[in-house]
Design a protein around this ligand. Structure first.
Ligand SMILES: [Mg+2]
Length: 350
């Protein structure tokens, strides 16, 4: 069994690997992907001549880690800080990295280590609702939403780290994740997809297999007083379609589960990719990682977010030992990602 430390590094690095490979084809349909990379599509960093970059998915995920680390630093000092306010301050600092001026009504956060990392200041197609929700200067909540109709995948793709905080209850994981989702997106599916994803990562990090964790996340959503029907439907389809023993083609994948631009579709596609290739995991976790990421990104949808979500799950499941070493060599700024993993470990089990 991988150690907790290995799962934290695996989750953050694995997500960044999926994001980086997927970002190379984020706006390409599957026909374009095949014409660029051959019939099997993009399956390895070696096919990219010009190197790779991770995108807003990884940038925001690292800022989620930073918001959690700040809240935990206060807690370790005996001060009860509002965790969601710490997340909001972190996302406001992320907004500043994207060249957006903070509104006068917003607090001026103190700079932290992460804010000095130049690689996080590049604009890599940040999500519109993430930008606009924060730019209001209002702290969005479930009951006072910013972007009430937005259900883009910008919530779910940044929410793996909530599942990496040890020694807190599942209810606390769900609440932290959905409250942080409300900082930018108001639609119930955007909130609940983030919460379901964080609960799934929490369960996997505690040693569960992915199917059990996914079925559990589905049961958590089902038990809500107001479960989002589209999220329930997508999660059920992902579980069902991945148990047939036959992989869907890229065309079937997006026809059945969606293109992943919205939250519940991104979660369903990323989850499907991990589940449908899980037979490989017994034999070789690194092969599972490669195969699942290839399924997650080769389609006419939001390839970097779906592969980022798959990579987060795979890394939490198998630990960093399962990450392909040639892929890690191609990853941009691994020291920044590892630096954030170390900070989370230091304030939790360190
Ligand atoms: Mg992206």
């Amino acid at each position: 069994m991988p150690s907790f430390e290995s799962r934290v590094h695996g989750c953050l690095l694995g997500g960044a690997l999926g994001d980086s490979l997927g970002y190379a084809v984020e706006f390409d349909d599957v026909a374009t992907i095949r014409s660029r990379f051959g019939a099997a599509g993009l399956t390895s960093f070696g096919q990219l001549d010009g190197g790779s970059h991770f995108s807003d998915d990884t940038q925001m995920t690292l800022y989620t880690v930073d918001g959690l680390v700040e809240a935990l630093e206060w807690a370790n000092d005996g001060v009860a800080a509002d965790e969601t306010a710490c997340l909001w301050l972190a996302y406001l600092r992320w907004l500043a990295t994207q060249g957006v001026a903070l509104p006068a009504s917003a607090p001026a956060p103190q700079p932290r280590w992460i804010d000095s990392q130049e690689v996080l200041r590049h604009r890599r197609h940040p999500g519109k609702a993430c930008l606009s929700g924060l730019a209001t200067g209002q702290m969005g909540t479930k009951f006072r939403p910013v972007n009430p109709e937005s259900k883009g995948c910008g919530t779910v793709m940044r929410s793996a780290p909530f599942g990496l905080v040890p020694h807190i209850s599942e209810a606390a994981v769900y609440k932290l994740s959905t409250d942080a989702a409300s900082l930018t997106h108001g639609h119930p599916s955007a909130r609940q997809s983030a919460g379901a994803f964080s609960v799934l990562v929490h369960k996997v990090t505690a040693g569960s297999d992915v199917r059990t964790a996914a079925e559990h996340a589905l049961s958590v959503v089902s038990a809500l007083p107001d479960p989002d029907p589209e999220l329930l439907g997508r999660l059920r389809e992902a579980l069902e379609l991945s148990s047939t023993g036959t992989l869907l083609s890229p065309e079937e994948l997006t026809a059945q589960l969606g293109e992943g631009w919205v939250a519940e579709e991104a979660l369903a596609v990323g989850l499907y990719a991990v589940l449908a290739t899980a037979a490989e995991a017994q034999r070789d976790p690194a092969a599972h990682f490669r195969q699942a990421i290839a399924v997650a990104l080769n389609h006419s949808g939001d390839s970097d977010s779906t592969a980022s979500i798959a990579g987060n799950i795979l890394g939490a499941l198998h630990g960093e030992e399962a990450l392909p070493s040639d892929w890690l060599e191609a990853l941009e700024a691994p020291e920044v990602i590892r630096g954030m993993a170390q900070r989370l470990i230091a304030v939790t089990v360190g």
